[in-house]
Design a protein around this ligand. Structure first.
Ligand code: FER
Length: 314
């Protein structure tokens, strides 16, 4: 069983626990044997109430979008290591270089973040980033870009460990590593543009929350921001976007998506509702998925084809 399947089990256990609490306030048996009633696991899963505009904004990616396709020029993945000043360790990041990559070229960069149980290899293990990007670029649906998949758990032991939820706080410190060490490293090692118009930030679940928190909190650094089924680490919307007029002026794409069967959908719905009320342009895409890579692969496809592009292609 992979980690997300295991986490889905947690969602269901948490839902069952919530139901049990409703029926029997104090002494419902703890069926999964783990801690309950406190800690970050509470709220992982919850009631799903769909609104009228919780609908797809566009069609699903075409069949095969996440499979290597014959005749398509392949990019490549390489694992890199950098010294992190804030964490005090040498850390890893997986880097996608597009087909035809050349040190003489100049590329925009997407920073792509993983979930609570993941690490720098999670997207490669479950999300087919190379096939998705290779196919989009071959079809000229996405511009050639570098994609950096770091480890968003900014602590010395950055493995998820037996209880990934216990590492949640370290995701909140990743901004220091990103700005202080990772971005400077990437910009020294690869021929990349260094302005906000050529820098994007997106992620799945915990990484979606990080992308919204860090991206919207640093509009001078990122023009393109995406959250796929963003987790409860997402800050309240009014804190994320305290100045709606400024966000509206400076964002080139704010992409929010979630599956309609995802027990965490209310976190994305809350952000969408606020953005709508404040007239901050954004894409809101709800498809027929749960909290898993079916959704996140679609997210990468739809986000990657819209970034670093003129406005009319959104
Ligand atoms: C939580 C439920 C889910 C939580 C985090 C998650 C920090 C993250 C899920 C994921 O990344 O897949 O209560 O609290």
């Amino acid at each position: 069983m992979n980690l997300h399947a295991a986490l889905l089990g947690l969602v269901l256990a948490s839902l069952a626990a919530t139901a049990a609490e409703t029926n029997n306030a104090s002494s419902a048996p703890n069926r999964d044997g783990g801690p309950r009633g406190s800690g970050p696991r509470r709220g992982f899963g919850g009631p799903i109430v769909l609104n009228d505009d919780d609908k797809p904004a566009f069609a699903n990616a075409p069949a095969g979008f996440d499979q290597p396709r014959e005749g398509v020029a392949p990019g490549r993945l390489e694992m890199v290591e950098y010294d992190s000043k804030s964490v005090g360790t040498r850390r890893k990041a997986l880097v996608y270089l597009p087909p035809g990559y050349s040190a003489a070229g100049k590329y925009p960069v997407l920073y792509l973040l993983h979930g609570i149980g993941g690490d720098e290899d999670e997207w490669r293990r479950g999300g087919a980033p190379q096939a998705i990007l290779d196919n989009l670029i071959a079809d000229k649906a996405a511009v050639p870009m570098i994609v950096v998949m770091p480890n968003g758990r900014a602590q010395a032991d950055d493995r998820p460990g037996p209880n990934p939820m216990a590492t949640a706080a370290a995701f909140g410190k990743f901004d220091q590593d990103l700005f202080g060490s990772l971005i400077p490293f990437i910009e020294s090692k690869y021929p990349v543009y260094q302005d906000r118009d050529h820098r994007a930030l997106a992620g799945l679940s915990m990484g979606g929350g990080q992308s919204l928190n860090i991206g919207l909190g640093n509009l001078d650094r990122f023009a393109w921001i995406g959250g796929f089924s963003s987790a409860p680490n997402t800050k309240p919307a009014a804190e994320l976007v305290p100045d709606p007029a400024r966000a509206s002026r400076s964002l080139r794409l704010l992409y929010l998506s979630c599956g309609k069967r995802d027990g965490l959908i209310r976190f994305s719905q809350n952000v969408h509702a606020y953005l709508k009320e404040k007239h901050v342009p954004h894409l809101w895409h709800v498809d027929d998925t749960a909290h898993d890579f079916q959704h996140w692969k679609q997210g990468l496809h739809h986000f990657a084809r819209r970034i670093f592009q003129p406005a009319h292609t959104l």
